[in-house]
Write a protein that binds this ligand. Structure first.
Ligand code: PRP
Ligand code: ZN
Ligand code: MG
Length: 226
């Protein structure tokens, strides 16, 4: 079992944020013994346990106080906040730092043959996405009547599969869109990685002291790169 006195930090197991998050933890002096198959990694020099999970689960783990800190993309964080608000559930957390990696944008893209002129071109269309709340908010703000179709993966194949007319997904290099014959048309959210902390008042003084010792080291690492 895990020791509740150890600080728990959640990071993405594999994906855009994993390598940079581990590199940052190492750069601030946390020694980690990460084995690929293991969900949990114990630090050998600090009272820290690392939980390696799907990025989508990280905001909820922090908001529910299952972990103390999380490294997460603002896109996942904002989506989870909107989801919890819609369900009338609490969404407490504190952003400790905005980080210098994990940059990407959430964009609407359409098949190359789609005659796109403006957001009005989406009127009455179906848009496949893993981020239905962010997408619905965009539709609302743009005054467009379109439908968000939730898919947890392979969003980029939805138009070809006849499941949707367009997609709304993360873009960084644009290679995925290009490979699937899709054209980026609207950026609806810009995201970077952030470090968040649970804000339920349940953190012990010892853990808070450790966090207060770690955060300035993160600032140091980021400044050294600038
Ligand atoms: C995103 C998105 C695309 C890819 C786009 O997935 O779903 O698959 O990145 O990147 P590109 O523009 O550089 O080709 P990602 O693996 O980051 O997130 P996910 O695992 O949470 O879907
Ligand atoms: Zn994800
Ligand atoms: Mg993906």
């Amino acid at each position: 079992m895990s020791d509740s006195r150890r600080l728990r930090i959640a990071i993405q197991k594999s994906g855009r944020l994993s390598d940079d998050s581990i590199a940052l933890l190492k750069a601030i002096g946390i020694k980690l013994n990460i084995r690929d198959r293991l969900l949990i990694a114990h630090s050998t020099n600090e009272n820290i346990d690392l939980l390696r999970v799907r990025d989508d689960d990280i905001p909820g783990l922090v908001m529910d106080g299952v972990v103390d800190l999380g490294f997460i993309g603002e896109n996942e964080l904002e989506e989870k906040m909107l989801e919890r608000q819609a369900a009338g559930k609490a969404a407490d957390f504190e952003v400790l730092r905005r980080l210098d990696y994990g940059g990407c944008r959430l964009s609407i893209a359409v098949p190359n043959e789609f005659n796109y002129e403006s957001v009005k071109s989406l009127e009455g269309k179906k848009v496949a996405t893993t981020y239905p709340y962010l997408l619905e908010r965009f539709f609302k703000e743009s005054g467009v009547n379109a439908k968000a179709v939730m898919l947890t993966g392979s969003v980029e194949v939805a138009p070809r599969a006849g499941v949707a007319d367009a997609i709304c997904d993360l873009v960084s290099t644009g290679a995925t869109l290009e490979a699937n014959g899709l054209q980026e048309e609207e950026v609806i959210f810009r995201s970077k990685a952030v470090l968040i902390q649970r804000a339920d008042g349940e953190i012990s003084d010892e853990k808070q002291a450790l966090i207060n010792r770690l955060v300035p080291r993160i600032d140091g690492v980021i400044q050294a790169k600038e």
